[in-house]
Design a protein around this ligand. Structure first.
Ligand code: GLU
Ligand code: ZN
Length: 290
């Protein structure tokens, strides 16, 4: 049994392609944070969004983490094997009468959902998603790097928990998963900062603990765009993993000394754990790859 008091962290990539430098950066940050606090570091494959999954990507990610010496604890968890958990939590919220079916199509909607289907009680004839009712509630939390973060839920409107195609939404699944896995420290990219208030809202509605959050900068290219498949970020180079780790430690502003540039992956990670000072990334939302 894992002790709830001790540190439990995780890395939760979506298998939509091989790891690029930006995703490995986040993996390394969460690994160093967990290991420097004698914590557990779990690996979860966020493979719920089946239309976006790429065959072989999960195995590829697992092999890449291995190559970079980022060894996780315990068995790999797969969201796709946890559907009964999400359904059970959905039913809990349904019983609280805070969910409702929505038949609106994407093109009917502006960015913030108007609550058009709010009073729809019966299951509609056509395909529908489930949305959760929100109100003008301000959710605040103190991020370990970004400080006090406050968002008004009204800025997002009632959001989707289960899509029309029956896929559970990321915002919802991640809350159920982090709770089941007893995650109490979430270290992830600042691109997810805006998602956190919705996740905290769901934790409150389900009476679950809220983990601590640390949102690390995202890596951007010379044009300022986030490295991603869309910007054709290339898969990380597996031929010299130690040079990549050295570069990532530099991008994490840990100032690794030049003398260890040629050190082995294991030595670099040991140095990284020993010297991990996340405060060097305070108030930093993005960092350029140079
Ligand atoms: N699977 C999500 C992603 O790859 C991250 C989940 C999380 O860290 O909360 O963007
Ligand atoms: Zn609707």
């Amino acid at each position: 049994m894992i002790d709830r008091q001790s540190y439990v962290g995780r890395f939760a990539p979506s298998p939509t392609g091989p790891l690029h430098l930006g995703s490995l950066y986040t993996a390394l940050a969460s690994f160093l944070d967990a290991r420097s606090k004698q914590g557990l570091w779990l690996l979860r494959i966020d493979d719920l969004d089946t239309p976006r999954n790429i065959i072989g990507a999960a195995d590829n990610i697992v092999r890449t983490l291995d190559t970079f010496g980022l060894h996780w604890d315990g068995a790999i968890a797969y969201q796709s094997q946890m559907l009964a958990d999400y359904q059970e939590a959905l039913e809990k919220l349904l019983n609280k009468h805070i969910l409702y079916p929505c038949t609106c199509s994407r093109k009917d909607l502006s960015t913030v959902y108007s609550g058009h289907c709010r009073d729809q009680q019966k299951s509609p004839e056509s395909a529908y998603s489930y949305r959760i009712k929100t109100d003008e509630k301000v959710i605040s939390f103190v991020d370990e790097l970004q400080g006090l973060i406050s968002y008004n839920l009204a800025d997002y409107g009632d959001f989707i928990l289960k899509r029309k195609d029956h896929v559970f939404a990321y915002q919802f699944a991640v809350v159920i998963d982090d709770n089941r896995q007893l995650i109490n420290h979430v270290v992830r990219g600042a691109d997810l900062l805006e998602s956190t208030p919705r996740q905290i809202y769901l934790q409150q509605k389900l009476a679950l603990n809220t983990p601590s959050y640390m949102h690390v900068p995202i890596i951007v290219d010379a044009q300022g765009y986030k490295l991603s498949k869309q910007t054709l970020a290339t898969a990380v180079d597996l031929s010299h993993p130690n040079l990549v780790i050295f570069e990532l430690l530099t991008l994490l502003k840990q100032n690794p000394p030049r003398t260890i540039q040629q050190a082995s992956v294991r030595e670099l990670l040991e140095w990284g754990i020993e010297n991990w000072t996340p405060s060097k990334l305070e108030n930093c939302l993005s960092i350029s790859q140079r």
